[in-house]
Ligand binder design. Structure first.
Ligand code: QUE
Length: 349
């Protein structure tokens, strides 16, 4: 059975993730299959819109095949891992620049690679099942898939908060933050898809009609203190701000930030500061590919995947373990350009 199901219904092209045993986490072949379908439909006059969803069981997409990337680092010097990120980021860029409307149904877990599929889409549907997170700091990676483009542009330092804490947002919070464009009860999802196949030129109206008022977003209540306590661009300053705040909330978030890989956190903060100045999504993906190529070869990545996905002891030993021991010189090496022949490029047009 194919890990991506491609089919057409009326004037709508369907791309359905189908790797239920891994919560539809993306493999390189899945990324290539998605890109091939998108490319074929781009110039097909009979396709007016695309739907991106998951096939069976729980959805939507738990991330990327980081267990494979870890094996690649241990066995082939990371070659297969880099090939995976190259393919994934090309797919992200193709979606970002895609001329036809794409509707992503984030009806379930939407983490890492799943976020990279959903955020470039014109319509991003959250439901009561949506669980959204950027958890890369837990495995010694960094927020990739274009996160440096989308997240620093969110209001009130929400993006910095998301990547440093690994916080999980529900569907109502995604709508509040602008990560989702619509909130539908999951029981309306089939109806929405059926109507889109009949009238793909009225997607706006279909989604509006089937939308409901979500429950209050918890995140809205914390926005003021997130903006204040996550304001700094230095990890040490954010940790100190959280530590200096008397609220129970700040204590809990301090623990979350302090447990993550300090190098991942510092890479994310520098990436977000630099990416705000970028005018071109391709430049962002080229930067993220450099970071990916460097970060997967650091011991924190193999250790983080071991702790979270292999042994599942959730007790990674980071090196360095303390924020102040991650130096600017170390970051300079991670951010340095690759050899010209190794740099990421989008699909040729
Ligand atoms: C950070 C990540 C991932 C993660 C957990 C993290 C990630 C990923 C998965 C995942 C989850 C369930 C599966 C699976 C993979 O978890 O990228 O195959 O069944 O894919 O803390 O980046």
């Amino acid at each position: 059975m194919s890990e991506v199901l491609i089919r057409r219904e009326g004037a709508v092209g369907y791309i359905s993730l189908n790797r239920p045993q891994a919560l539809h986490a993306l493999t390189g072949e899945m990324c290539e299959g998605i890109s091939a379908a998108l490319s074929a439909w781009r110039d097909d006059p009979e396709i007016a819109a695309i739907v991106l969803d998951h096939a069976e069981g729980r959805g939507f997409c738990a991330g990327g095949d980081v267990a494979m990337v870890r094996r690649s680092v241990l066995e082939d010097g990371g070659e297969a891992g880099r090939a995976f990120f190259r393919a994934e980021y090309r797919m992200n860029h193709l979606l970002f620049t895609y001329p036809k409307p794409v509707v992503a149904f984030m009806d379930g877990v939407t983490m890492g690679g799943g976020v990279g599929l959903a955020l470039p889409c014109r319509y991003r549907v959250a439901t009561e099942n949506t669980l959204f997170a950027m958890p890369e700091g837990a495995i010694g990676l960094f927020p990739d898939i274009g996160a440096g483009w989308y997240l620093p542009r969110l209001r009130a330092r929400i993006g910095v908060f998301l990547v440093l804490t690994g916080a999980r947002l529900d569907g109502a919070e995604c709508l509040w933050a602008g990560l989702a464009t619509h909130y539908l009860p999951s029981e309306h999802v089939a109806e929405a898809k059926r109507r889109m196949a009949e009238q793909p030129d009225t997607i706006d109206a279909i989604l509006s009609e089937l939308s409901v008022e979500p429950p209050p977003a918890r995140l809205a209540r914390n926005a003021e203190r997130i903006e204040r306590l996550f304001a700094a661009d230095r990890l040490e300053d954010i940790l100190a701000a959280l530590e200096g705040d008397p609220s129970e909330w700040a204590g809990k978030e301090w623990k979350a930030v302090a447990a993550k890989c300090p190098t991942s956190a510092k890479v994310a903060l520098r990436q977000f500061a630099e990416s705000l100045n970028k005018r071109d999504f391709a430049n962002e993906m080229a930067l993220e590919y450099r970071l990916a190529a460097r970060m997967i070869m650091r011991p924190d990545f193999t250790e983080g995947v071991r702790a979270v996905l292999v042994d599942k002891d959730n007790a990674p030993r980071w090196e360095p373990a303390q924020a102040e021991d991650v130096t600017d010189a170390m970051l300079d090496e991670i951010f340095a350009p690759l050899a010209a022949s190794e740099e990421w490029t989008p699909f040729p047009t």
